[in-house]
Write a protein that binds this ligand. Structure first.
Ligand SMILES: [Fe+2]
Length: 141
């Protein structure tokens, strides 16, 4: 199971709210895996992919909303979103081949749980720190 806790807060309410939803929806997906028929599991994978892609877009909008694209981590962070999606799609492709066995469920669960913690603690927090620092700066006329 994915767990959100206060120490994952990036300090941007919209992003924190979305991260809590990511955990909830990923957990719903994980619940559907054991013994699920490939068709239903693929649908659940697609549903989650649409949701998390929207979330990535929100963060990427924050990155480019800064003056002169001043957020230096933007490229690496966007790349991290892309690599999540390609690994995620590789898991989905396994289901197409009929793999929703115990090993698949365990591997996918571990992967997404680790990714969730690691991505938020590194890339997302870095973005949060940047956005908070920027919002404290006095606005120039
Ligand atoms: Fe992110």
């Amino acid at each position: 199971m994915l767990k959100w806790s206060d120490d994952l807060s990036v300090g941007v309410p919209e992003i924190d709210r979305q991260h809590q939803q990511v955990a909830r929806r990923a957990n719903l997906l994980l619940e559907k895996l054991p013994g699920g028929s490939p068709g239903l599991v693929c649908d659940a994978f697609d549903f989650f992919e649409t949701f998390i892609s929207d979330h990535f877009r929100t963060e990427e909008q924050y990155m480019i909303s800064t003056p002169a694209h001043a957020y230096r981590g933007a490229e690496a962070h966007t790349l991290a979103h892309h690599s999540f999606l390609s690994a995620y799609r590789a898991f989905r492709a396994e289901i197409n081949k009929g793999a929703t066995d115990e090993l698949f469920v365990r591997q996918f669960s571990l992967w997404i749980m680790e990714w969730y913690q690691e991505h938020i603690q590194t890339h997302d927090k870095e973005l949060g720190v940047f956005l908070k620092a920027r919002s404290k700066k006095p606005r120039r006329k």
